[in-house]
Design a protein around this ligand. Structure first.
Ligand SMILES: Cc1ncc(COP(=O)(O)O)c(C=O)c1O
Length: 212
């Protein structure tokens, strides 16, 4: 993607939802999610994230709050999850995916802040690792590519690749920047060959910063 994870998030929602379809969304979703709802004509069903009173920040969503939203909206088409949030908080994604799939709802994941996570074992599991249907990933935020370059990931058969292509043809430039695409490819190579070592060093520095 050469128009950020914003375009990826919008494409996920427009691929999964027709106008009037319900989609379950955490209340602390980024404005790109609200944009995706407006563009698709989907109806949001909001789930309140937990609040950490000590830190004063919104956390992830719990299994209980998802189960309640599904019970009250059994015909919702999709569940939208942030992994991790802007503050680095990850929910129990594996359980949330299992619950949503049990009710035949697609799982769309905003991984704007999680591009690095699958390259070191000390990070939370990613959407693709736990069987979510789509994920939008800001490679430019935490994995070293140029600003605006992102990845849109798709797996399984709940959402058709053809539908995703059609949506992207509606919203996306037909002259994607080679500069941005090259930087994505170089970031991909760097993650594959050196990602684990670089993240080990990042974690070491983060621990020192936290201690100080
Ligand atoms: C949680 C979240 N989702 C989506 C986005 C959109 O990503 P981008 O800036 O790559 O369009 C952001 C950007 O800050 C974000 O914080």
């Amino acid at each position: 993607m050469v128009n950020g994870t914003t375009a990826g998030v919008q494409a996920m929602i427009m691929s999964a939802c027709e106008p009037g379809d319900k989609i379950i969304i955490p209340r602390n979703a980024h404005k790109s999610t609200i944009g995706g709802i407006i563009l698709s004509g989907a109806m949001p069903v909001y789930v309140q994230p937990e609040i950490n009173e000590k830190l004063g920040i919104a956390m992830g969503i719990t299994e209980e709050s998802l189960k309640k939203a599904i019970k009250e909206n059994p015909h919702a088409k999709a569940v939208f999850i942030i992994n991790p949030t802007y503050y680095g908080v990850a929910s129990d994604l594996k359980s949330l995916v299992r619950i949503a799939h049990r009710h035949e709802m697609a799982v769309l994941v905003d991984e704007a802040h999680g591009a690095h996570m699958s390259f070191h074992n000390d990070f939370p599991l990613t959407a693709m690792e736990v069987g979510a249907d789509m994920s939008a990933v800001s490679t430019h935020k935490t994995a070293g590519s140029l600003t605006q370059s992102s990845l849109l990931l798709l797996r399984g058969n709940m959402i058709s690749p053809e539908r995703v292509k059609q949506v992207l043809n509606l919203t996306y430039t037909s002259s994607a920047s080679y500069l941005l695409m090259c930087s994505l490819d170089i970031a991909r190579k760097q993650l594959a060959t050196k990602g684990s070592d670089m993240l080990e060093e990042t974690l070491r520095l983060a621990r020192i910063a936290r201690m100080r």
